[in-house]
Design a protein around this ligand. Structure first.
Ligand code: ASP
Length: 439
């Protein structure tokens, strides 16, 4: 059994958290490859080290004195080192960082130091080998991630190594120039390492006990999802549920390696297992509910639209030309409605309307704003009668007016459009009918 374990910033925010992590790693021989993030927040108002690094480098780039900011960062690391009673010095590393900042080494380099330094501490604490991610995670000369090169570099390097710490979030181009992934990118590094070593499991340790059936800001203490497929996860994350970086899924999914989301503060919890497919029945008919506010709909009517070949394409082309993404396009015989993000659309509104008039000469166009979309996701829905019925009777009982319904052909989700102000009520009502009534 071979596991890759990634620990998020809150799991490594101070020496107490480091100790918990150490215990978790030492409790299983199979936890051989460790991917740490930079130290995160120790308390809600705290600042993540990555953010301190960005701020510090901004000063350096502006030619201002950044010694106070750099000292604040080194204090964070020394707090951890002293708390763990390690005899490690990061003196040389900090001298190098100061020099590189003065030489304007770049924002990505600056941000990457958070993981680099934390990786050094983690390796010393565990007695594992330290492998600089710059030597194994590769970006091409245009700065795009190079998956094939990375996979072969990682596989080759780790084949020689029983146990190692590989810092998350960054890599380098061929010429050594450091590049980072987007924020939260240590999840991606963990996934790449898991793929390269053909791990049996990729454990992603964070500060929640897995994915929750819905947003805890809407429903108190929602149930945890025990097993979720990659496709279900994609649907939920797209609608705003975030625990894992989106790009972290692809590398392991391709290899059929499951991801287990675990809680560093509650290692006894099993967390959520993310798998390619499973015959395990979900505990409730639905797997999760997620949603977002801030959409608007553009309703286009034209009589005999149904017999006008190319109508839909011409309308959507107008959105494309204005660089606007569409979310859903429910249609009727003589109507077609396009759902878009309100903030993206507002600026281009009049150009789009004029464009549609020119392209298809509609009878009229009507717009509605302040709408929310809710996705009810679940692989279990396919084989269950009455799921849609339950969703809509719950919404009717909660006095929520449904503006749009879209059941994807995959039968993996039902998308419901409601007014922004009904959003929370609707999510609660759906949660209650599927989860609360089953407890
Ligand atoms: N430290 C980086 C961030 O704060 C990357 C990560 O934590 O995954 O975004």
């Amino acid at each position: 059994m071979k596991k890759v374990v990634k620990f998020g910033g809150s799991s490594l925010a101070n020496s107490d958290q480091f100790r918990k992590v150490g215990e978790i790693i030492r409790s299983e021989e199979s936890r051989r490859y460790v991917v740490p993030s930079a130290p995160g927040k120790r308390f809600p108002e705290d600042t993540k080290v990555t953010d301190l690094l960005y701020a510090c480098y901004n000063k350096a780039a502006a030619g201002e004195d950044f010694s106070r900011e750099l000292k604040e960062i080194s204090d964070r690391y020394y707090e951890i080192i002293c708390g763990l009673e390690l005899s490690l010095s990061l003196e040389e590393e900090f001298q190098q960082i100061e020099k590189d900042f003065k030489a304007q080494a770049g924002t990505d380099y600056a941000a990457s130091r958070g993981e680099f330094l934390n990786g050094k501490i983690m390796a010393a604490y565990l007695g594992f080998e330290f492998i600089d991610a710059a030597s194994v995670i590769r970006f091409d000369k245009n700065g795009n991630f190079d998956a094939d090169k990375t996979d072969s570099l990682l596989a080759k390097r780790l084949a020689k190594c029983e146990r190692a710490v590989i810092p998350g979030f960054y890599g380098a181009m061929e010429d050594g120039m450091v590049k980072t992934f987007s924020r939260g990118g240590s999840d991606i590094t963990g996934s790449l390492v898991a793929k390269a070593v053909h791990a049996d499991l990729y454990e992603n340790w964070t500060d929640v006990s897995g994915f929750l059936v819905t947003d805890p800001r809407i429903v108190d203490d929602p149930a945890v999802i025990e097993t979720i497929t990659y496709r279900e996860l994609r649907e939920l994350s797209y609608m705003g549920a975030t625990v894992l970086h989106e790009d972290a899924i692809f590398p392991v999914q391709k290899e059929g390696i499951p991801i287990n989301i675990r809680n560093t503060n509650r290692p006894e919890d099993k967390g959520t297992l993310i798998v390619e497919s499973t015959c395990r029945k979900p505990r409730y008919v639905i797997t999760g509910i997620a949603g977002k506010k801030g959409f608007c709909s553009i309703n286009i009517e034209k009589s005999m639209m149904n017999s006008e070949i190319g109508f839909g394409r011409k309308v959507l082309q107008v959105f494309e030309e204005q660089g606007i993404n569409f979310e859903h396009v429910p249609s009727g015989i003589d109507t077609m409605t396009v759902y878009v993000h309100q903030d993206e659309f507002e600026e281009k509104e009049q150009q789009v309307i004029a464009g549609i008039h020119r392209a298809v000469n509609p009878d009229f166009i009507e717009m509605e704003s302040d709408l929310a979309l809710i996705a009810v996701v679940g692989r279990g829905m396919k084989s269950q009668r009455g799921t849609a019925g339950r969703v809509f009777s719950a919404l009717a009982h909660a006095h929520v007016n449904v503006k749009m319904i879209d059941q994807g052909s995959s039968e993996l989700n039902i998308i419901i459009g409601v007014e922004n102000r009904d959003f929370e009520t609707a999510v609660k009502a759906i949660y209650d009918i599927f989860v609360m009534t089953q407890l």
